[in-house]
Design a protein around this ligand. Structure first.
Ligand code: SF4
Length: 64
């Protein structure tokens, strides 16, 4: 699965990092999320779905 972040929406709340710190981090320069692992296997899918659900601005997309 591919993970995408819409940087036009991301406001750096970091909920995604709390839920999935192997996939997301916050860039100190921009204050926005960055992907550590843009292509994930099934073992990370649950935590990325939790991150997606907790993103207050719906900036995270998962694509098969
Ligand atoms: S939770 Fe959403 S708004 Fe917050 S840093 Fe992650 S992607 Fe950006």
């Amino acid at each position: 699965m591919n993970v995408k972040i819409d940087l036009g929406k991301c406001d750096g709340y970091a909920n995604c990092v709390i839920e999935a710190d192997r996939v997301f981090d916050i860039d100190d320069g921009t204050g926005q999320a960055v992907l550590l692992t843009p292509v994930i296997g099934p073992e990370l899918a649950d935590e990325v779905r939790r991150a997606q659900a907790r993103c207050p601005v719906q900036a995270i997309r998962l694509e098969d």
